[in-house]
Design a protein around this ligand. Structure first.
Ligand code: HSE
Length: 393
């Protein structure tokens, strides 16, 4: 296999190392012919170039590994590679979530493979497992902790009492966070991963604007202290139900009992789960972010292409999946500052809730309500959002 590598950052260099340092006997015949860097100053090896045409114009290169991240120019490069008859392997969840249908169609039209195992769950073999489960079952539920950065933040704040900023810095230093960590903290990265997973399960494209999303930006020490009194652990959890041809997705901080597997997921680890009628619940755990776990998933895709193993049922994402946002419900913890108390309490008028004791702030726990109702009420006080933290209890 002759490879053109787009991007030599953390993940790209991981792929390069696994291949060139012969970390696996199965990749000895793999060769990185060209590796794209952004500027001439970054060129430190003869295979490196800052001109992408050196990759597309090279007929020897049969497979492009995209490890740049972001939508542009990743979208243009992936479409160009597929149209040029080159297989594409990518870890880029943002571009895959948006253009899954287009990339899949282009790959089919050009007789090549488009593989994106590393885009969800890092090193966890999730996409392959999901597709394998679909050979027998309809998947009616998907759940998971899909982001290493926020999981590190929450588990380290919880366990070591460290501050949000300290934990975020660690995630950045370890190479887990996105270039702009807003995507991690506000649940956007998880949303992309849930779009990909749910689109696969539905066989149709799921849209970002139909996913109810809360992140962890406004969590404070007082929230964690309260959850500790309940003997519960907080994680950023993604969930989809798919029934009667309709899907409903949400991403939100959620509390877990100590004996639930999600409560034990720490640092950069992810957990990905599915439910199917005959298999029941399946859960997969592993490192969801980081150089070698993510690169490992990309090299697994390369091996599947090379061995002719990339043959799970073809997916066709034609058309949009139908959403019914009213299908999920829950009881919610809402914490807010004194400054916005009147607004928040007015916004929840008519909803049954119980005030709870939280040091230095006001908080209540609602009765079981549709998740969409919670989002509508919070939306009505969106300007106060930095002062509000929401979690499902
Ligand atoms: N920023 C992502 C995370 C990288 O922290 O999970 C892996 O997709």
């Amino acid at each position: 296999m002759k490879i053109g590598l787009l991007g030599c950052g953390i993940v790209g260099s991981g792929v390069y190392d696994i291949i060139t340092q012969n970390m696996s006997p199965m990749v000895v015949d793999f060769e990185v012919l060209k590796a794209l860097v952004k500027t001439p100053e970054e060129i430190i090896r003869p295979d490196m170039t800052n001109n992408v045409d050196d990759i597309f114009a090279n007929d020897e290169i049969d497979t492009v590994v995209e490890a740049m991240g972001g939508i542009h120019p990743a979208y243009e490069f992936i479409t160009r590679a597929l149209k040029a008859g080159k297989n594409v392997v990518t870890a880029n969840k943002a571009v895959v979530a948006k253009y899954l249908n287009e990339f899949t169609t282009l790959a089919k039209e050009n007789g090549v493979k488009f593989m994106y195992e590393a885009s969800v769950g890092g090193g966890v073999p999730w996409i392959k497992s999901l597709r394998q489960a679909m050979r027998i079952d309809e998947i009616t539920h998907i759940g998971g902790i899909f982001n290493g950065t926020t999981n590190l933040i929450l588990s380290e704040m919880e366990e070591k009492g460290l501050s949000f900023d300290e934990c975020l810095k660690t995630a950045q230093k370890m190479g887990y966070a996105e270039a702009d960590p807003t995507a991690d903290i506000d649940g956007i990265d998880v949303r992309n991963k849930l779009i990909i997973s749910t689109s696969i399960a539905c066989g149709k494209q799921v849209l970002a604007e139909e996913i109810m999303t809360f992140g962890i930006r406004s969590i404070k020490e007082c929230d964690l202290a309260y959850f500790k009194t309940l003997n519960k652990h907080i994680r950023l959890y993604a969930e989809a139900v798919i029934e009667d041809g309709k899907y409903c997705c949400r991403i939100e901080p959620r509390l877990f009992n100590v004996d639930e597997p999600e409560a034990g997921i720490k640092l950069n680890y992810n957990i990905c789960s599915l439910y199917g009628k005959t298999i029941g619940t399946l859960k997969y755990i592993g490192q969801g972010a980081g150089k070698f776990p993510t690169a490992n998933a990309m090299v697994q895709d390369l091996l599947d292409i090379d061995c002719g193993n990339a043959t799970l049922p073809e997916l066709d994402f034609n058309g949009n999946a139908t959403c019914d946002m009213a299908r999920l419900e829950g009881s919610y913890y809402v914490r807010y500052s004194e400054a916005v108390a009147d607004k928040v309490e007015a916004a929840f008028d008519g909803i049954e809730y119980t005030a709870v004791e939280v040091n230095g702030a006001k908080a209540f726990v609602t009765s079981v309500i549709p998740t969409i109702t919670l989002h509508d009420r919070i939306e009505s006080v969106a300007d106060a959002m930095p002062e509000i933290f929401v979690a499902r209890v």
